[in-house]
Design a binder for this molecule. Structure first.
Ligand code: 15L
Length: 265
């Protein structure tokens, strides 16, 4: 198998749970970590319970790891403090450990919410300024910048996946645009992991949906070609003819509900 030991963080989360079995062909051992209980290790697995805010624990988790799929941390809008601990402090711990342990590459689950305040009428590419739509999006901006720094300074490669909405199927009309099917996500991770040289790459994660907000022109070198499309779910969201009010922020901006789910003190 290509890798001796792959680390998947956030293995108990929505995407981590789905990835758990699907990444097994890529490594002799898959090390799974989460802040919560993952149950007993199955064949070819190692389980590490780890809070990303615990520096020593993160360092311990990294020993013997060849590459990291970082899907851990908080994945929705929240108060600043928990986001700071898991996604900001936690990311610093992760990259410190990656550097100390000589890990060559990280696949970082970023989010489209780093650009959530672009209007839905604009096509966004990875060279455009960040426009995060909340503390969560801000923490993902930090991750993209931190990983950039570790590449420039130490040569640690990272592919940042600006994941749209990766669920079994779109849950609302917005997700018809942001949908990333599970097979496509696995293929995107495969491209990010196995392209020989990626440097620091930012790529959007969406399926081959009819309506697009994102342009992957700066990530052509990883060769990701989506095969799924939200189009097969179009019947779930018929056009009612209703038009949103012109000042309805979640329909004006790409971040949808996130743009008004801001600071919750
Ligand atoms: C995200 O970043 C979240 O992790 C996920 O739960 C979805 O809400 C997604 O964005 C989305 O925008 O649909």
């Amino acid at each position: 198998k290509p890798f001796k030991r792959l680390l998947l963080t956030g293995a108990g989360g929505g995407l981590g749970t789905m990835l758990r079995d699907r990444i097994k062909p890529w490594a002799d051992v898959v090390r799974l970590s989460d802040i919560g209980d993952l149950g007993p290790a199955r064949e070819g697995e190692e389980i590490v319970r780890c809070d990303l805010a615990d520096r020593a624990a993160v360092l311990g988790m990294m020993e013997g790891v060849d590459a990291v799929l970082h899907f851990g941390g908080i994945s929705v809008e929240d108060k600043f403090e928990p986001i700071m601990n898991a996604n900001i402090l936690g990311l610093h711990h992760l990259y410190e450990a990656v550097h100390k342990c000589g890990v060559k590459r990280v696949i970082y689950a970023s989010s489209s919410h780093v650009v959530g305040f672009y209007p839905t009428t604009e096509l966004v590419d990875a060279s455009m300024p960040l426009r995060p739509d909340g503390f969560y999006g801000l923490s993902k901006c930090f991750g993209e910048a931190l990983s950039r720094y570790y590449y420039d300074r130490f040569g640690t490669e990272t592919v940042c996946l600006r994941i749209g909405s990766s669920f079994p199927e779109p849950r609302n009309p917005r997700m018809m645009v942001t949908y990333l099917g599970y097979d496509d996500l696995v293929e995107l991770i495969r491209c990010a992991l196995f392209t020989p040289r990626v440097g620091h790459t930012i790529t959007f994660g969406a399926s081959d949906n009819d309506i697009r907000w994102w342009d992957n022109r700066h990530a052509g070198h990883i060769g990701y070609k989506p095969k799924q499309s939200s189009r097969v779910f179009a019947h779930n969201f018929p056009d009612t003819g209703e038009r949103p009010a012109p000042d309805d922020l979640p329909t004006i901006y790409q971040g949808g509900p996130f743009v008004t789910n801001g600071p919750q003190y």
